[in-house]
Design a binder for this molecule. Structure first.
Ligand code: GLV
Ligand code: MN
Ligand code: MN
Length: 423
């Protein structure tokens, strides 16, 4: 039976339970906070277990599941007209090693909750629906972010993605095979009719203004570098300061320069810069580090300011190498320009939120998302929900209430129902 005009809402408690359930896979006790966090780093055994759990949920909802050659998973629900391009919803279920339960998972489990709601209501949309989760959105293990969606949308060639290695030298291809998710479906996606993603904001803005919904206008530019700094290891007690080539001093100077650049205002008030990894070799108390591997993460909502920050920090690498007597080589491990989401869907999100009596604002995403890759293939948009504790994320304290989550997913449902009826 089809009830075309009946307003539908998801079940907040069922969504909460399903977030809790997935959050138990890869959970660990976080020493610093005493909280239980989530560690489902991409293509580890825990990620494999999480994937199998979600695939089972997809199948239980009667969806047909396809796994492509980069391990992206797509679950399809038929529409009234299966010859039409589907409307896709999705996100990721891999995590950083110190995660909470919501980053990415809300998008995937929220989309499945929408399917469950449609099943309960025996409501069939005109267009087919697809729920996706993409491989290694986080980039924490293999060093580049949005790996699976970048392959699916053609930004990253499959062979290049397969060859990425983790710190132990294990490749994406071998790890995909090991967890049983090296699928055989074509990795290049046929453009869906539209792509929708619900995600936690991962920042303080919505919560501090007591707003229910973020209508995401786009994603800021991201640039990642990996640097190898080679100096000379030597005795910490006997080597005079002026005879050193200390790779850790060079790294520290670059890190401080990043902070100074961000504080200067020269690259806009919204520039962010982080040295997230600083790995010394040999990394012992009484040896001047002869080698450091470090990473640089730059973000900027303005493409020109991003390019100017990149040029200046790259010039500084040379300056530091010269002044500290070390060699610095670097490579670009991730790079995306600013992405704009579809204005028409943004207006639909705004209207749906208004109709449900939810407060909202337009917001630029500070974090990277699969939706930014999909935006190159089709009309894409995102809905943000607020997070408690200043929206802290990539941290076990990450938390959005069942009501906050349900608001975002209900808005997504409303927009989906409209778009899925389009001819
Ligand atoms: C993904 O979480 C990112 O680094 O923005
Ligand atoms: Mn995410
Ligand atoms: Mn993340």
């Amino acid at each position: 039976m089809i009830h075309m005009n009946q307003p539908l809402s998801i079940q907040p408690q069922r969504l909460r339970d399903s977030i809790e359930e997935l959050g138990r896979i890869g959970s660990y006790l976080d020493d610093s906070s005493g909280l239980r966090g989530v560690n489902r780093l991409a293509l580890t055994a825990a990620d494999g277990e999480g994937r199998r759990h979600v695939v089972a949920k997809m199948r239980a909802l009667g969806m047909s599941v396809t796994i492509d050659r980069i391990g992206n998973v797509y679950a399809r629900r038929s529409g009234r007209d299966d010859s039409l391009a589907p409307v896709m919803m999705g996100s990721h279920i891999d995590s950083v090693p110190t995660a909470g339960k919501f980053d990415g998972c809300l998008g995937v489990l929220g989309a499945l909750e929408i399917i469950h709601t449609l099943e309960d209501a025996q409501r069939v949309t005109r267009r087919p629906l697809v729920v996706a989760f993409f491989t290694d959105e986080e980039g924490s293990r293999f060093g580049t972010d949005m790996l699976g969606s970048a392959v699916a949308t053609g930004r990253l060639p499959l062979a290049e993605a397969y060859a990425y290695k983790d710190r132990a030298g294990l490749t994406v291809e071998s790890e995909l095979r090991k967890i049983g998710f090296l699928g055989d479906a074509e990795e290049k996606l046929t453009p869906p009719h539209a792509y929708l993603e619900c995600h936690i904001e991962q920042g303080p803005v919505l919560r501090s203004q007591n707003l229910d919904i973020g209508v995401v206008t786009g994603v800021q530019s991201i640039s990642w570098h990996e640097l190898s700094i080679v100096g000379r290891s030597a005795h910490a007690g006997t080597t005079p300061m002026e005879l050193r080539a200390d790779a850790s001093v060079a790294a520290s100077r670059i890190n401080l320069r990043l902070r100074d650049m961000a504080r200067s205002g020269k690259y806009g008030a919204q520039m962010r810069a982080t040295m997230g990894a600083m790995v010394p070799v040999p990394g012992l108390v009484n040896i001047i580090p002869g080698r450091m591997t470090v990473t640089v993460d730059l973000r900027n909502p303005d493409d020109n300011l991003m390019r100017s920050a990149e040029a200046d920090i790259i010039a500084f690498y040379d300056q530091v190498a010269h002044e500290e007597g070390v060699q610095i080589t670097w490579r670009q491990t991730a790079r995306t320009d600013c992405v704009q989401f579809d204005p028409r869907i943004m207006a639909q999100i705004d209207a749906a939120a208004a109709h449900r009596g939810l407060s909202r604002m337009r917001i630029v995403s500070g974090a990277g998302h699969d939706a930014q890759e999909m935006a190159h293939l089709t009309r894409a948009a995102m809905v943000f929900v607020p997070g408690e504790w200043n929206g802290i994320s990539h941290n076990p304290r990450e938390f959005s209430t069942p009501e906050q989550c349900a608001n975002g997913v209900n808005v997504l449902l409303d927009v989906l129902l409209a778009i899925a009826e389009e001819p």
